[in-house]
Design a protein around this ligand. Structure first.
Ligand SMILES: CC(C)(COP(=O)(O)OP(=O)(O)OC[C@H]1O[C@@H](n2cnc3c(N)ncnc32)[C@H](O)[C@@H]1OP(=O)(O)O)[C@@H](O)C(=O)NCCC(=O)NCCSC(=O)Cc1ccccc1
Length: 166
């Protein structure tokens, strides 16, 4: 049997954790460890130019600047870029309320984009809030806003299935 490929570590980041390393930890411990620099952030977020800025009980904030390397053919960011940011905030907000050995997986996401994100858009803040976290399902809402002007770029709601991993 072929050995699994080792996880790659981004330059300047602490070593990547395997799923089993983190399995027993609460979601909030994982995210607080990321905020403190003990664990690396999710690679997808750093690829989009975003970082975790705040973690609370049922809430998170990501911040970053859109990278013009990600522009689409019409000179704006794809809706998928906005959706990825919102899904990150939605999922992380739910994760902050999960016990060790449980994880959430998105089963439904709805999103409205109210303002185009462009290559020269300044710092954006993506804030997620858990609305309901039960033993089998969860829901959350998130907003993408301009950090300086407070303009609403997009909003989303989501539904999760709670999975027991242990
Ligand atoms: C324009 C509208 C749809 C409607 O806005 P409304 O609610 O009626 O009006 P509101 O007054 O609130 O205006 C808000 C801001 O919009 C500006 N604005 C208004 N009208 C126009 C106009 N005609 N043209 C240009 N801009 C217009 C307006 O000046 C204001 O900005 P300001 O305050 O002046 O700085 C807005 O919600 C929007 O842009 N959403 C984002 C959509 C988006 O980015 N989708 C994802 C990317 S597409 C994709 O991925 C698919 C794809 C892939 C590959 C290839 C091709 C496609």
């Amino acid at each position: 049997m072929t050995a699994p490929r080792p996880l790659r570590t981004a330059p300047g980041q602490p070593p990547a954790q395997t799923t089993s390393d983190l399995l027993g930890m609460t979601g909030r411990e994982i995210l607080q460890g990321t905020l403190d620099g003990r664990f690396p952030g999710a690679p997808i977020l750093s690829a989009l130019g975003f970082r975790l800025a705040q973690v609370g009980h049922g809430s998170v904030v990501f911040e970053g600047e859109p990278d013009d390397q990600l522009l689409g053919p019409a000179g704006g960011m794809y809706g998928g870029f906005v959706a990825t940011l919102l899904e990150s905030a939605l999922s992380a907000a739910v994760l902050t309320r999960l016990a060790g050995g449980t994880r959430a997986t998105s089963v439904k996401i709805g999103m409205d984009i109210h303002r185009a994100v462009r290559g020269d858009t300044r710092t954006l803040r993506c804030a997620g809030t858990a609305i309901h976290v039960g033993p089998t399902t969860a829901s959350a809402e998130a907003r993408l806003i301009g950090a300086e002007d407070g303009e609403l770029y997009a909003q989303a709601t989501s539904m999760y299935a709670i999975l027991r991993m242990l």
